[in-house]
Ligand binder design. Structure first.
Ligand SMILES: Cc1cc2nc3c(=O)[nH]c(=O)nc-3n(C[C@H](O)[C@H](O)[C@H](O)COP(=O)(O)O)c2cc1C
Length: 273
C-alpha cells in the first residue's frame, strides 16, 4: 500500500468511486481494495476528491487533515430558485454604511472563497485585507494621484476611459474610486504561478457571492487594480510581497443600496456544436 491513502479494509466495499474521481488517475481498485500508483505521491494534487467521494469514510489521505474533511449535507445544493436569486440579485454596491464589518465576518467570507477552484488545485490565492478605513482612503488617494498624472499627459485610463469625470467627482467629495467602502480585499498570488490570475478571479467571484449571502455589499475595485499595474506609486501604496502580484480587489461593507428588481442583461451569446 502506497503511503498516500490509508484504507479501512473492514469498511471498504471496493465501490471504485475513489479511483473514478481522481483527476490524475492515481488510484486503482483491485481485489484488495484501492491502491495508489507508484509515483502517486509526486503527482497527487491534493484535491481530496478520493476521500470526498468515499460514501462510507473508509479512506483517509495521509496529507489531508481528517478533521478538516467535513461532512456534506444531503441537500447541499440548496433551493435552486434561491441560488438563482442570489446570483441574479447580487449587485455591485457603490454606497456603503459608515460602519465597519466585524473581522470574523470578513474572515468567514474569505474562508468560503478558499473553496473556489484553482488550476492543478494549487490554491495560490492570498489576501490582503485593508481593514482600516483610513488605509482604504490612502489607496483611493494613490489612485486619484495616478489619474491626475494621466489627465496631465492627456492619456486615458487603460487606454479607454477619460479620467476627468473620476477626478472631478473626487474633487467634489465623491469617492469615485473605492466608493466609500470601509474595507478592501485584495487578491494576489505568486508571480511564478501562471494560473494565479484565474484562481484569484474565481476566489473574488466566490467571495462576492459569499458576501452577498452574509448581507454584505461588494464591488470589484477595477481602478485600484489598474493603478497597481500602471502606477509604481500606487503599487507601492498597496505594498504586496515582492514575489506576489495583485489580480483584483473587492470593496466590501454594509450596503446602503437596496434593489427590488433584477436588471436585464445581454442575451446569452452561445454557439452549439
Ligand atoms: C473586473 C471588474 C472591475 C470593476 N471595476 C469597478 C470599479 O472600479 N468601480 C465600480 O464602480 N465598478 C466596478 N466594477 C463593477 C461593474 O461596473 C459591474 O459589475 C457592472 O456594471 C454590472 O453590475 P452588477 O455587478 O451589479 O451586475 C467592476 C467589475 C469588474 C468585473
Amino acid at each position: 500500500m502506497a503511503s498516500l491513502l490509508s484504507i479501512d479494509e473492514s469498511l471498504c466495499t471496493h465501490c471504485n468511486q475513489c479511483a473514478a474521481v481522481c483527476p490524475m488517475a492515481l488510484v486503482r481498485v483491485g481485489k484488495r481494495g484501492p491502491r495508489t500508483v507508484p509515483d502517486a505521491e509526486q503527482r497527487c494534487i491534493l484535491c481530496g476528491h478520493c476521500i470526498a467521494a468515499c460514501p462510507i469514510k473508509a479512506l483517509q489521505h495521509t496529507s489531508l487533515p481528517e478533521e478538516e474533511t467535513l461532512p456534506l449535507a444531503e441537500n447541499w445544493r440548496g433551493d435552486p430558485e434561491a441560488v438563482k436569486q442570489l446570483i441574479q440579485g447580487r449587485r455591485s454596491i457603490r454606497r456603503y454604511e459608515d460602519k465597519p464589518v466585524d473581522r470574523a465576518i470578513l474572515e468567514n467570507v474569505l474562508d468560503m472563497a478558499r473553496y473556489a477552484p484553482s488550476g492543478m488545485n494549487a490554491q495560490p490565492v492570498q489576501w490582503l485585507v485593508v481593514y482600516e478605513t483610513a488605509e482604504v482612503k490612502k489607496l483611493a488617494i494613490a489612485v486619484v494621484d495616478w489619474l491626475r498624472s494621466l489627465a496631465e499627459k492627456g492619456e486615458l485610463v487603460g487606454g479607454k476611459y477619460n479620467p476627468a469625470p473620476l477626478i472631478a467627482g473626487w474633487d467634489a467629495g465623491v469617492d469615485t474610486i473605492l466608493r466609500g467602502a470601509p474595507h478592501v480585499l485584495i487578491a494576489h498570488g505568486p508571480k511564478e504561478n501562471p494560473m494565479a490570475h484565474d484562481a484569484c478571479v474565481a476566489a473574488l467571484t466566490t467571495a462576492k457571492l459569499a458576501a452577498a449571502s452574509q448581507g454584505l455589499g461588494t464591488c470589484r475595485a477595477g481602478f485600484l487594480h489598474l493603478a497597481a499595474i500602471c502606477s509604481p506609486e500606487a503599487k507601492q501604496a498597496i505594498h504586496l510581497p515582492d514575489d506576489c502580484e495583485m489580480h483584483g480587489a473587492l470593496m466590501i461593507g454594509y450596503s446602503q443600496e437596496t434593489y427590488h428588481r433584477i436588471p436585464p442583461r445581454k442575451p446569452l451569446t452561445v454557439d452549439w456544436r
